[in-house]
Every structure is written in structure tokens, then in C-alpha cells.
Design a protein around this ligand. Structure first.
Ligand SMILES: NC(=O)c1ccc[n+]([C@@H]2O[C@H](COP(=O)([O-])OP(=O)(O)OC[C@H]3O[C@@H](n4cnc5c(N)ncnc54)[C@H](OP(=O)(O)O)[C@@H]3O)[C@@H](O)[C@H]2O)c1
Length: 441
């Protein structure tokens, strides 16, 4: 059998320890598939004494990631520390410079330094693989880079954060408020003590920036992503969505438009019959719209030690086999500036929930403001609910607040914002309007 591929792993936490375990447990399968064994020969983490439930007796312990990165014995440096700063960044850069191939699960690092790292990999003629950085076990990077190498992509969108999808699922099914749901998610370990990064959409934005670069051959640019999280979503919105044939998901969407590449993360109404609407709990899903063929949806576990290790080990196996693909699927010299499409020019349907004052002329005023912006309505629901509304007054009496739900035909973000500002100035509503964009499949 050929020479083994020698691997050094920096970071032995949730993912790193699982990678060591999978390489050990699948030793024979990996050797048979790759035509050579894969061996973990050196590791590093913060604390040497920590119990990790893995056998490291025949593995060298290296004092720090930077030293491991340029260790003479290793062929591949696997970075599973996390974070866009040090020591992850310096160690990955050092490994590439030293001519080592790199595998990482670090979306933050790629979103910030992806282009420079890809250029460094190219200069050294080595591989930079990062399947695990997006969608956990879902092989979306490979699908875009290799499986769809002959297809132009028009749009890619997905549920890329399990915490948000778990929370929206629970809110919908159990009619829980956002705060109740967050507390529960934290108790179960699905949400961090500080959940901001997940619930405000930044995690999804980093992953989307990576996917957009591969799909559209653009230079990765996280700052080009419009980001809105799920904290404003109420059980009431989810109930209205259900009634109107939709479900609410936090989507990352990247699409080619004639104004550039639109990249956005926000709560989104998707038709209940769509594949993406069926994805519940912590599961992730990505849909790719290639030109000329029907959309392709991949669904699977987006996080967790074993799910993420599955993608990391597949990346290592590719290196063992000798597979070399440009990190973002295109030589870096061919990657274009992303040409950010401004959000004001986003076109699509909108769900708008207004708390309208129940008095003569309100409906006419709202209709006038929408008409001034050429917004046409697909449906309008105005209902005096039996139960008093959150934040509203008692229903049904003159001057009290009544929910009005509008579903628009395709219009622009700019038109919606202008119409709603005018409606607010007219004093016919008694709370900030809720706006949720609709994504048709
Ligand atoms: N967990 C997931 O489900 C998941 C999913 C997709 C992607 N990822 C990505 O995978 C990467 C690892 O995540 P994780 O969940 O495994 O993190 P983790 O459990 O916190 O593990 C981090 C590891 O890095 C080590 N480390 C931290 N600072 C270090 C330093 N200065 N020098 C050396 N080692 C250091 C830690 O050492 P000690 O153990 O000694 O403290 C630990 O072993 C991150 O980029 C993350 O975004 C994770």
C-alpha cells in the first residue's frame, strides 16, 4: 500500500475529538477508499491534561498550533480551533506557507481571510478544504465546487443555522414566545449563553458568504451580506404565516441579479409545500438553482461533533486521494469583485403586519400609500381576533388596534419602506409594522 497521509490536528474539542475518533474507527474503510492509510501523527490543544475520550498514546503532543502547522512530519494541517483571529489564522497561514494542505471547519476564518488563504494555497500548490464550515455534514461545498462545475448558478439559499431553525420550529409548534423558546434552547444546549451571533443571523451570513463565492465565482465579502435575525418574530406571525400557506425560516439567500449579487439573511416566508419548509429542528438544508435544471436540495445535520467530523474526514480523504480543486472552485485570479446589489432594490413579495387603528378612513389611507408606491396586494386579511393582541388594545372598538395582514405581489424593498413610513406618519397604525420577505421556490 502507498505511503500513509500524515495528519496533524489543532483543536481537540467537540469536532477535533470526533475527527480523531472517526479516523480511528474508519481506518480500514478510509485506507481502502483512498488507496492509502490516513494517520493522525500529531495534535495540539490548549490543555494537555484534559480528558477527551480518545486514544492519543501513539500521537505526538505539540506545544502550540503554529509549531504543529510547520511540523516536518505532517502532510495535512487540520485546524479545529475556531475564530478568525489567533491562533487559528496564523497557524493556517503558516501551514499553507510551509506547503502543507489544510482542512478547516472555521467559517469565521474563511469569511474574513478566505481569499488571502486561497491565494496562499495556490502559491504553494496545496489544498485548502473547508466542507465542514457550511452545513455540517451536508456536502454542499463539494456539490458546488465539483458536482455542479458545469452549471451556472442563479440562486442558492438555505437554512444554515440549527439554533434559529430549532427556535422557529418550537415557536410554531408550541406557540412559545421568542424569549421562552430561547431559554429552552439554552437549557438544551442548542443555543449559546450569548446567542447573538446565531439569532441575529451573523453565523448564517458567514456561511452564505462562503457559498456565494463558490456559486458565483466572486471574491468572498461578508460585508456585502444584508443581515436581519429572528428576534422580532412573534408566535402571531407564525400563526398568520400558517393560515396564509407559509412557514417562517431564517434563510441565507444569494442570487444573481442584473444589479449584482444579492446576499441577504433574514426571516423568510416560504410556501408550506416547498422542500425547505419541511426542514424542522436543528436540521440544515441548502437549495441550489442551477440554470436549465430543476433545483437541488440537500438536507442534513448542520452541527455536532460527529456530523462536522464527517465533512472534515471527507476533506482529508480527498487529499489522501490526490484530489485538488481550487478552494472556492475557481482560480483566485478569476474570482470577481462581488458587485453588491443594494437591499433597497431587492424585489419580491412581502408579508406586512400592521396594527391599524380601528376607525373610519384607516383602510383607505393604507391603500392610498401602497398605491402611491405601485404596490399591489395578493391578499389582505383584517380581523377582529377574539383574544386581545400582544401590544395592541382591545379589538373591535373604534380607535382600538386591529391586525391587518397584507401579502404583496412582487415589489421592491424601497417601495415597501417608503409606503410604511408614510403610513406611520399618517398615524393610522399603533405599532412598528412587521415586515417579512417572501421567497418563492
Ligand atoms: N461544534 C460544531 O457543531 C461545529 C459545527 C461546524 C463547524 N464547527 C467549527 O469547528 C471548529 C471547532 O469547533 P468546536 O465546536 O470543536 O470548538 P471547541 O469544542 O470549543 O474546541 C476548540 C478546541 O480548540 C482548542 N483551542 C482553543 N484555543 C486554543 C489555543 N489558543 N491553542 C491551542 N488550542 C486551542 C481547545 O483546546 P482545549 O480543549 O484544551 O480547551 C479545543 O480543543 C470551529 O471553527 C467551529 O466553528 C463546529
Amino acid at each position: 500500500m502507498a505511503q500513509p497521509l500524515k495528519v496533524g490536528i489543532a483543536g481537540l474539542g467537540t469536532v477535533g475529538a470526533s475527527v480523531v475518533r472517526v479516523i480511528e474507527e474508519e481506518r480500514a474503510t478510509l485506507a481502502a477508499r483512498c488507496g492509502r492509510p490516513i494517520e493522525v501523527v500529531a495534535v495540539t490543544a490548549r490543555s494537555r491534561g484534559k480528558k477527551r475520550g480518545i486514544d492519543l498514546r501513539n500521537v505526538r503532543w505539540i506545544s502550540d498550533p503554529q509549531t504543529l502547522a510547520s511540523d516536518r512530519e505532517i502532510d495535512v494541517f487540520v485546524e479545529l480551533i475556531g475564530g478568525a483571529g489567533e491562533p487559528a489564522h496564523g497557524a493556517v497561514a503558516a501551514a499553507l506557507k510551509a506547503g502543507k494542505s489544510v482542512v478547516t471547519a472555521n467559517k469565521a476564518l474563511l469569511a474574513r481571510h478566505g481569499l488571502a488563504l486561497a491565494q496562499a494555497a495556490e502559491r504553494s500548490g496545496v489544498v485548502l478544504n473547508f466542507e465542514a464550515a457550511v452545513g455540517g455534514a451536508i456536502p454542499i461545498v463539494k456539490t458546488l465546487r465539483e458536482g455542479l462545475a458545469g452549471n451556472s448558478i442563479t440562486r442558492i439559499y438555505g437554512i444554515l443555522n440549527g439554533t434559529c431553525n430549532y427556535m422557529l420550529t418550537r415557536m410554531e409548534h408550541e406557540k412559545l414566545s421568542y424569549d421562552e423558546c430561547l431559554k429552552e434552547a439554552q437549557k438544551l444546549g442548542y443555543a449559546e449563553a450569548d446567542p447573538t451571533f446565531d439569532v441575529e443571523g451573523h453565523d448564517t451570513a458567514q456561511k452564505l458568504a462562503i457559498l456565494a463565492s463558490i456559486a458565483f465565482g466572486s471574491k468572498i465579502d461578508q460585508s456585502a451580506v444584508y443581515v436581519e435575525g429572528i428576534s422580532s418574530i412573534t408566535p402571531e406571525d407564525l400563526a398568520w404565516a400558517d393560515e396564509l400557506g407559509y412557514r417562517v425560516k431564517l434563510l441565507g439567500v444569494a442570487m444573481r441579479t442584473d444589479k449584482g449579487i444579492e446576499q441577504r439573511v433574514h426571516p423568510t416566508m416560504v410556501p408550506k409545500a416547498s422542500q425547505i419548509a419541511q426542514v424542522m429542528g436543528v436540521t440544515n438544508a441548502v437549495t441550489v438553482d442551477p440554470e436549465g435544471i430543476a433545483p437541488i436540495t440537500l438536507v442534513g445535520p448542520g452541527a455536532g461533533g460527529m456530523a462536522t467530523a464527517s465533512a472534515v474526514v471527507a476533506d482529508i480523504a480527498d487529499i489522501a486521494r490526490g484530489t485538488q480543486v481550487a478552494p472556492f472552485g475557481w482560480p483566485t485570479a478569476r474570482l470577481k469583485r462581488s458587485g453588491k446589489a443594494p437591499m433597497q432594490r431587492h424585489e419580491g413579495g412581502y408579508y406586512i403586519r400592521l396594527l391599524a387603528r380601528d376607525r373610519p378612513g384607516t383602510a383607505a389611507t393604507i391603500a392610498k400609500r401602497l398605491a402611491q408606491q405601485h404596490i399591489s396586494l395578493e391578499s389582505i386579511v383584517q380581523r377582529h381576533r377574539e383574544a386581545p393582541l400582544q401590544g395592541g388594545g382591545a379589538p373591535g372598538r373604534s380607535g382600538a388596534a386591529v391586525p391587518v395582514i397584507l401579502i404583496t405581489y412582487a415589489t421592491t424593498e424601497d417601495a415597501v419602506r417608503k409606503a410604511l413610513s408614510a403610513v406611520s406618519r399618517d398615524r393610522v397604525i399603533s405599532a412598528k409594522p412587521q415586515v417579512i420577505r417572501i421567497e418563492k421556490n
